[in-house]
Design a protein around this ligand. Sequence first.
Ligand code: G3P
Length: 497
Amino acid sequence: MPQYILALDQGTTSSRAILFDRKGRIVAQAQKEFTQFFPKPGWVEHDPQEIWSTQAGVAAEATVKAGQNGRSIAALGITNQRETVVVWNRKTGKPVYNAIVWQDRRTAAFCDQLRTEGREEGIREKTGLLLDAYFSASKVRWILDNVRGARRKAEAGQLAFGTIDSWLIWNFTQGELHITDVSNASRTMLFNIHTLQWDDELLALFDIPRSMLPEVRSSSEVYGHTKTTVFASKIPLAGIAGDQQAALFGQHCSEPGMVKSTYGTGCFLLMNTGTTPVPSRNKLLTTVAWQLNGQVHYALEGSIFMAGAVVQWVRDNLGIIKTAAEIEALARQVSGTGGVYFVPAFAGLGAPHWDPYARGTLLGMSRATTAAHIARASLEAIAFQTMDVLEAMKTDSGLPIAELRVDGGASANNLLMQFQADILHTTVIRPRILESTALGAAYLAGLAVGYWASPDDIQSTGQLGKVFKPKAGLTATTEGIDGWHRAVRAVRAWSQD
Ligand code: G3P
């Protein structure tokens, strides 16, 4: 009798594998980092073969750690860094170029050109996305235009394109399946999120032959079985979702208005908006959350570029703490920031501003300012940015936000989470298992094979960690929030000057 679900979480910096049991508990896990290539300023690449080998390696390692040989795995679910592009030869299975990562900016000028041609609104209506180099389409085009012979081969039907989920499944099935799911497809800028089809006009605009594209499937169904020798027996491949959508599912945000925030390097906030896509007027993205049992759920998404990375900067560049965890104790030495605001726009500002030219700024310092004030202002900045995205979500969706579910490394910081609850005047809930992304992929796969009978069945597996109730009064927080908005306005005025 199969006992476990294996979730593979192929992230931007590491490949991970986690085995979960029926109660959603971690049985075994393995993780391996892989090489990041920065061939030119603004360019970010991965080696697709290394992605595959590390992912297959950790899958085998976790399985062995659990004392399994693959026979006790009921299903495999895949979740992945989104938007990142791999183009490979269908015959040889060899990539024609490195994977171009979502962070890569090499196609920014091309996107600007499309904007000048007035293409943004049309793209946005169909895909729910902002016209930006972040998404897959312009990256695929770049490969076809810049890799020798690629366009000719693509036009002859010899090349395949896929996001990382497609690439892994192709390899797990030794080329039998070339598929993706709706949530990953919705990040390519080639997919119409209303009709749930690849869009011929967009394919023409980006000059990408349709024959390269994977077949789009739901997020939870048995797509096929593994064929590799990674496992001793064939395992059903039964769940796929982009990592942020998987985390939304793993956090049990199954009803409209439910929101999760992952505090990683940056922050990814997603709100379930139900079965109809909600367009944004505040520069959020409209995206497919998942397709389950024939029903599609949509989400609004906003990302912040610097969250945990702010703490890293304080540690590595300012040197006022030795480990990231020390920031909490340092910030607790003072009860407030003493009027200091830190706008960590090191890489520009994300949602709801999308200002690529803004830069990191410390404001409001006096001679009384200490390292503790700066540490506290850094943590508060993470929470303030999150607040701004949530406000935009409320306005766009018209839905109240009853609570915020959190995960990711920086969500372990209690001071930050309490401050977040205080400024939002909303309860913040941190689950006991912070692996929401992998758990979401496990749920999707487990539901497809009947390991869990229904979405209600998985609700009972959620384990509450800590609940942060808002404690501070309205007046106390209003002053702080006003100060933050003044600081952001100052930074934006500087960037636009
Ligand atoms: O959109 C990019 C996102 O999917 C990356 O997530 O966790 O790999 O940084 P992560």
